[in-house]
Design a protein around this ligand. Structure first.
Ligand SMILES: Cc1cc2nc3c(=O)[nH]c(=O)nc-3n(C[C@H](O)[C@H](O)[C@H](O)COP(=O)(O)OP(=O)(O)OC[C@H]3O[C@@H](n4cnc5c(N)ncnc54)[C@H](O)[C@@H]3O)c2cc1C
Length: 285
């Protein structure tokens, strides 16, 4: 289908983009890579009056080292994330998960900011960002605001961003060499979307797990942390059996969707199995 008519602006700075959004009110929308928004426009599931294209704002691109964290511009593409040496060294889980997103064509256009602002619980990167304890940096009419990942994903396809706010960057605390990680994803061969995905980080110490962090993809209306499994894994022996036992708690507190890719119970089972695999791989056992 052809999208409904809209006005289009391509500002050169974040301030101009915020002004354009504020002027357009509820009917204005940011467009970045367009990989999620354009299908919605074509299906007429969204019909904004104004699109504010952030593709011309150079300050939104790239990865910088800020000491104990990486700051990744919202307009950085998936492809760039998979190739960036700083991301590979300090946020390897993000690079690993991004490689599983869609196909090369989508990864060349899709952006980290778009994938997070879209807040799709079936998207791979929200659960990863949650497990990485990242902070979102947003700009709006009142200036800059920082939002913890745990507070950013408000509901199904709904982020904590206000209507005139732009996600400008994501701050990711560096993951040191004492951490192992793994993104496990189960999907149908014909398409890349996760039926369920699990992002796991494990810090080992003296043969046991000192700390575990687990983010779940597609197990509710938002990405969620598997807190019961995290608690069970933390302090457990770094062995496959102990981590599998911890993973049996992965689906606690979740409410996965049922659709043609799987019933809720099937997804709960997948979450447990994938969490066991991800924890074991992250712990190197
Ligand atoms: C064929 C296909 C397969 C796919 N497979 C997968 C997959 O396997 N896994 C996966 O995770 N994703 C998948 N996707 C989704 C895609 O990777 C992401 O949704 C996409 O990267 C979103 O980024 P974008 O820059 O294209 O966002 P856009 O489509 O431009 O925007 C998406 C939403 O975010 C908002 N937005 C964008 N940037 C900002 C910003 N800086 N500030 C505020 N709001 C903003 C827009 O207003 C819009 O609401 C697939 C998409 C397609 C088309």
């Amino acid at each position: 289908m052809i999208p409904a008519k809209f006005d289009y602006v391509r500002p050169g700075s974040v301030d101009e983009a915020v002004q354009a959004l504020a002027g357009g009110g509820e009917d204005a929308k940011v467009i970045a890579g367009g990989q999620s928004l354009l299908p919605l426009l074509r299906l007429r599931l969204a019909y904004p009056d104004l699109l504010v294209d952030v593709g011309g704002i150079d300050e939104l691109r790239g990865v910088t080292d800020s000491g104990d964290a990486l700051v990744i511009g919202a307009r950085t593409t998936h492809y760039q994330l998979t190739r960036d040496p700083l991301v590979a060294e300090h946020a390897g889980l993000l690079a690993e998960a991004t490689r599983t997103v869609a196909d090369p064509a989508v990864r060349h256009r899709g952006t980290l900011g778009g994938a997070l602002a879209h807040a799709d619980p079936a998207g791979d990167l929200p659960a990863v960002i949650l497990a990485l304890d990242a902070t979102m940096i947003a700009h709006g009419p009142d200036g800059e605001r920082q939002i913890e990942a745990a507070d950013f994903f408000a509901d199904y396809l709904t982020s904590a961003l206000g209507p005139a706010e732009i996600l400008t960057a994501v701050r990711i605390p560096k993951i040191g060499p004492e951490w192992g990680f793994r993104y496990e994803k189960f999907h149908r061969t014909a398409q890349s979307w996760a039926t369920v995905g699990v992002a796991a980080l494990v810090r080992r110490s003296n043969g046991s797990v000192a700390e575990a962090r687990i983010g779940l993809t597609n197990m509710g209306t938002t990405p969620i942390r598997a807190t019961a499994a995290e608690q069970a894994a933390s302090g457990a022996a770094a062995s496959r059996d102990a981590l599998r036992a911890a993973a049996s708690h992965a689906a606690e507190g979740t409410s996965p969707p049922g659709d043609l890719h799987g019933a809720p119970d099937y997804r709960r089972h997948l979450a447990e199995v994938l969490t066991g695999r991800a924890l074991a791989a992250a712990a190197g056992v």
